[in-house]
Ligand binder design. Structure first.
Ligand code: HEC
Length: 269
């Protein structure tokens, strides 16, 4: 009875480790964790359930005796002769001690097999006979078509560039801008924009100007000879607009460990 307790405790531990992750702030990088860990969680819970079932079986108070419906289900799920009775269904040959046994396949297994046949028929009709669904080639072409449209909206005529960019102020845009900043820029500009390798982005002094158009242009093209990367190949114009707006929102936030001013003082009035 005690023998299953250890695995159950390990599983409980795993479940609690995984769920502590959920207390984290939810951002885009985190959502992948939620999906995978959720599946693992379900599996662990299922395994725990099975362990509990097995344990109650081995203690002689089988859950099957408590619930006749389950007993009915169990009979439906397997009509194979149990191992103890296999000698009744041995066939009549003996090849050097190798005996042949003709037991029934479990009905659930056969049911799965029939399901695959029905599924195959549906698939054939859907994709090949009536051609309702897209096959891989068509699916690919369709995805490329949609991606082209999205790309044109971001990069084609009318897309955001340094000539028409405006400073965003809505909290959602600024918080995506913040995410981009923490991911790509904080290493050089500090987590609060206080400056590190790159200049302080929170004071009133700017090397290249503090207008949204000037900031956008620097983010887009960088200053490669001074160590500021060009971001246009990694961030789309919307992301560059958001992160530029976020940077400008940091003005006067007065983070600790600020780098001394560089460039010229900008008059913000
Ligand atoms: C590898 C280090 C590095 C990274 C990463 C980096 N920067 Fe810079 N950044 C610099 C340096 C160095 C400068 C100063 C360039 C100069 O002196 O002209 C700079 C300058 C700037 C300026 C101009 C500041 C001024 O005073 O005019 C802006 C705006 C800026 N970075 C934004 C960003 C943004 C947004 C990101 C992330 C998308 C980013 N940087 C990532 C190093 C970096």
């Amino acid at each position: 009875m005690e023998k299953l307790t250890k695995p159950k405790m390990i599983i409980m531990l795993l479940i609690s480790i995984i769920t502590t992750g959920y207390a984290q702030k939810v951002d885009s990088e985190f959502s992948g964790y939620i999906e995978t860990s959720f599946i693992i969680l379900l599996l662990l819970i299922a395994v725990t359930g099975v362990l509990f079932l097995l344990e109650s079986q081995s203690e002689g108070r089988s859950i099957l005796n408590l619930m006749p419906q389950l007993l009915w289900l169990k009979d439906r799920l397997t009509d194979a002769k149990p191992v103890e009775k296999e000698k009744d269904i041995l066939l009549d040959h003996d090849y050097d001690g190798i005996l042949e046994l003709d037991n029934n396949l479990p009905p659930w297994w056969k049911a799965l097999f029939y399901v695959t046949i029905v599924w195959g028929a549906i698939y054939l009709l859907w994709f090949h006979v009536f051609q309702v669904g897209n096959l891989q080639d068509a699916e690919y072409t369709e995805e490329v078509r949609i991606a082209e449209i999205e790309k044109a909206a971001l990069l084609g005529p009318g897309a955001i560039d340094e000539n028409n960019v405006t400073k965003l102020t809505d909290p959602i845009a600024l918080s995506t801008g913040k995410e981009t900043f923490l991911k790509h820029c904080a290493a050089c500009h500090g987590r609060g924009g206080e400056g590190l390798v790159g200049p302080n982005l929170t004071d009133d002094y700017w090397i290249h100007g503090a207008d949204i158009k000037q900031v956008f242009l620097i983010v887009k093209n960088g200053v490669p000879e001074k160590g500021m990367i060009s971001w246009k190949s990694q961030l789309n114009p919307v992301a560059m607009q958001e992160v530029s707006s976020y940077i400008l929102s940091l003005r006067g936030s007065n983070p600790p460990n600020q780098k001394p001013p560089e460039g010229v003082m900008v008059n913000f009035n």
